[in-house]
Design a protein around this ligand. Structure first.
Ligand code: MN
Ligand code: MN
Length: 463
């Protein structure tokens, strides 16, 4: 790219025929993955199932002594069905440090409120509360699916997925017709569709003989008959509205993928695939696939929780004859981490928000980001130059095409990742992920070669 001050390399041009076919094969496998993993729960279950096939053993079997923990042991720890930690135990003890790829499996979406269902103008509607940073207007006038769980008071669980199969119905949020949008079109984009207006249209046929809310009652009857739950059961549910349908190839050359939830199931997928090829490393290799990143990593399924530390403590307790808190502290102090998170790629239609020489490009490989944050790097992890040099060397040694880039121009906005969380424990951490166009939109865009380079880079880092 001639107008850049520092040489960047188009990753497609680095591929031989054999490697190019692997790039496309990985694209197919990834599409299959995100089509089945549209929520954090679905992603956690799928990653755990894939891991089991690769010989990973539930952590409980190690902790109970059923299976001995040794170098090369593969550990799978599922936390509350919403996050997964995979580990391949190293020949060195945990207190010598780990090589961690940390990603998240939650994505921006609309959650049903605890009392969602109501009726207006003979339409059944469901109220939502959006999750994560969304442009609200993007969620209207598009096909939506409903995913999640309803917990029964007897402990049973109803799994819901409506809107993905060809024969399924979908759901819908209305927008104003242009003919009547004179006032709406004058509004700021953040107010064109307001949060309380993200109401899901869910039915139109009234229940005969019902005077009050006949359409709502008819919908409740269908829920009872088809799915076995009542209006009260919404209180004990986590139901998420996501874009309906499958990921698709984009472009005459099929080089790119449009899909929901690339952020950050794509870095998670690259991390999973990389970790599956790690065999008895020196330092324990870890893949973190966490929840709640999009709302600040809080709670007992997010990265701010002690869940990962507790897991490492439990495993140290198996490794060492005399457990001490010092082993745990040393394990994190000596660890090295790639915070695997997508980043904004340069968008030629919106040039003004990017500094072209400090931005990632689609098709230019894995993107390393020294710092994120906003308003003068606030809230960021700023990776140490020494560690950046080490990571750059590892990527070069493994023929990974990589680039650097930060999230847009100074003071244009900003964002954060989980990088600072493990850095606070003393680990070396750098952000490093796949560049996207339209991040946080219902459908995001990535380049297949960047996914492939992320897989190669994560694997090289862990192994
Ligand atoms: Mn992300
Ligand atoms: Mn995000």
């Amino acid at each position: 790219m001639s107008d850049l001050s520092f040489e960047k390399k188009n990753a497609w041009l680095s591929l031989g025929d054999e490697e190019k076919s692997r790039v496309f094969a990985m694209g197919e496998a990834y599409k299959n993955f995100i089509d089945k993993a549209k929520t954090e729960r679905e992603a956690a279950a799928l990653i755990a199932a894939m891991a089991q096939e690769e010989g990973f053993v539930p952590v409980e079997d190690y902790l109970s002594g059923k299976v001995p923990l040794a170098a090369g042991s593969k550990v799978c720890a599922v936390n509350k069905d919403k996050s997964v930690i995979l580990m391949v135990m190293g020949t060195a003890p945990l207190s010598k440090g780990m090589r961690i790829v940390g990603a998240h499996i939650d994505s921006p979406r609309l959650d049903l409120k605890p009392v969602p269902l109501y009726e207006d103008a003979d339409l059944a509607l469901m109220k939502t509360h959006y999750y994560g940073g969304v442009k609200k207007y993007q969620w209207a006038s598009t096909a939506l699916a409903l995913h999640g769980v309803v917990m029964k008071k007897d402990g049973g669980r109803i799994q819901i997925s409506i809107g993905e199969r060809e024969e399924d119905p979908v759901f819908y949020i209305s927008d104003l017709l242009p003919h009547l949008a004179k006032d709406q079109m004058q509004k700021k984009a953040s107010e064109v569709i307001e949060g309380e207006d993200l109401n899901i249209i869910a039915g139109n046929i009234p229940l005969e003989g019902e005077d009050k809310h006949p359409v709502k009652e008819a919908v409740l009857k269908i829920l009872k008959e088809n799915y076995g739950f009542s209006e009260k059961d919404f209180l004990f549910a986590e139901l998420e509205i996501v874009p309906a349908g499958k990921a698709r190839d984009v472009g005459f050359d099929r080089s790119m993928i449009l899909g929901y939830g690339h952020d950050d199931r794509v870095c998670s997928f690259a991390g999973v695939k990389g970790l599956f090829e790690v065999d008895k490393p020196e330092f324990t290799a870890v893949g973190l696939f966490m929840d709640k990143e999009e709302v600040g990593s809080n709670g007992n399924t997010g990265s701010e929780s002690k869940v990962f530390e507790n897991l490492v403590a439990e495993l140290i307790n198996l490794q060492e004859a005399d457990y001490s808190d010092l082993y745990l502290r040393r394990a994190f102090m000596a660890s090295k981490v790639l915070s695997a998170d997508v980043n904004a790629a340069f968008d030629p239609s919106f040039k003004s928000v990017y500094d072209k020489s400090n931005t990632g490009f689609l098709g230019y490989g894995l993107q390393v980001t020294k710092y994120t944050g906003s308003r003068g790097k606030s809230g960021c992890n700023d990776a140490n130059a020494e560690f950046l040099a080490e990571v750059g060397r590892i990527f070069d040694d493994h023929q990974v095409v990589w680039q650097t880039g930060e999230l847009g121009k100074v003071d244009q906005g900003g964002g954060g990742t989980i990088a600072y969380i493990l850095a606070n424990l003393g680990a070396e951490v750098v952000d490093c992920g796949i560049p996207l166009l339209s991040m946080h939109a219902p459908y995001e865009l990535l380049s297949k070669v960047d996914l492939y380079m992320a897989y190669k880079g994560y694997k090289g880092f862990m192994y």
